[in-house]
Design a binder for this molecule. Structure first.
Ligand SMILES: C[S@@+](CC[C@H](N)C(=O)[O-])C[C@H]1O[C@@H](n2cnc3c(N)ncnc32)[C@H](O)[C@@H]1O
Length: 264
């Protein structure tokens, strides 16, 4: 997934649901929903819901006496979400201007979304605004590149071949990696952080080559690399990532965390 996720096509949204959700995003859902203490009867908004992996699981938890709404900017992601779970409420909208009234929800979740928002503090403020007093906002992001056991050394190696620009191009996922900085943003947004849950969870790829091509093709790096450079990167990736091979697939550890906050 690159930096332009919110412009993706229907085909890419289907690929996201079929490949990336089981490979990575599904693995973080329970940390978000447990962190937020989601239970029967609650009204929950999932911001940047994508194809709906968090919202679907939340709907199972809140049951028929609760309600879940998934909000996303991208119509293709929402169309796939609707196909998978037509009975849930999927809405188009911007995290920076959430189309709901003040205090409307018990819980607001946002998994792997914050890094794409042009003004993350404004989005956090919006999440707090639509959460009732005493309600919960739970935001999941990935840790800094320096704490990533696989992506850290891998991106360092790619940057040796493709230049420092590669670090930036492959860097979107780690921009909120400093929990202190994100906590400060929450405070600025009128949220009080009550808990932080750190964890390392796997991302699955069929092979080292599949992982490298996925990452490279999701960014403008694909156009910058000469075929010989890409071949070299593929060869060295086997050295850097080979130790994460587990039986017949690659199991890359990803460090991330969830901040749980309440409106002040
Ligand atoms: C990596 S996906 C995460 C989706 C989902 N939360 C999950 O865990 O699978 C990021 C999502 O953020 C959405 N997004 C990006 N900018 C947004 C914005 N300003 N408002 C709402 N959604 C946005 C994208 O359309 C995309 O669906």
């Amino acid at each position: 997934m690159g930096t332009e996720t919110f412009r993706i096509t229907r085909e890419q949204a289907e690929l996201y649901e079929e490949r990336f959700v089981p490979a990575l995003f599904r693995n973080w859902v329970d940390l978000v929903l447990d962190g937020a203490g989601v239970h029967t009867g609650q009204r929950l908004l999932d911001v940047a819901c994508g194809t709906g992996v968090v919202a679907r699981s939340a709907a199972d938890r809140v049951g028929s006496t609760g309600a879940v709404i998934g909000l996303d900017l991208n119509p293709a992601m929402l169309a796939v979400a609707r196909d998978v779970r037509p009975e849930l409420d999927w809405r188009a909208g911007d995290a920076g201007e959430i189309p709901f009234a003040d205090d409307d929800f018990d819980v607001v979740t946002c998994q792997a979304g914050l890094m794409f928002f042009p003004d993350p503090t404004a989005a956090l403020r919006e999440m707090g605004r639509v959460t009732r007093p005493g309600g919960v906002v739970a935001v999941q992001v990935f840790s800094a590149l320096s704490s990533q056991p696989a992506y850290g050394p891998w991106i360092e190696m790619v940057a040796r071949h493709a230049g420092a620009v590669a670090t930036e191009m492959l860097g979107t996922y780690w921009v909120h990696g400093d929990p202190g900085a994100l906590r400060a943003r929450c405070t600025d947004a009128g949220l009080r952080v009550v808990a932080q849950h750190d964890d390392v969870r796997p991302a699955y790829f069929p092979s080292v080559e599949a992982m490298v091509l996925t990452e490279v093709n999701a960014t403008p790096l694909a156009d910058r690399l000469q075929p010989a450079e890409l071949r070299q990167i593929l060869t060295e990736s086997e050295h850097v990532l080979g130790r994460f091979r587990n039986s017949d697939r690659l199991e890359i550890p990803i460090a991330g965390y969830v901040l749980v906050a309440t409106p002040t």
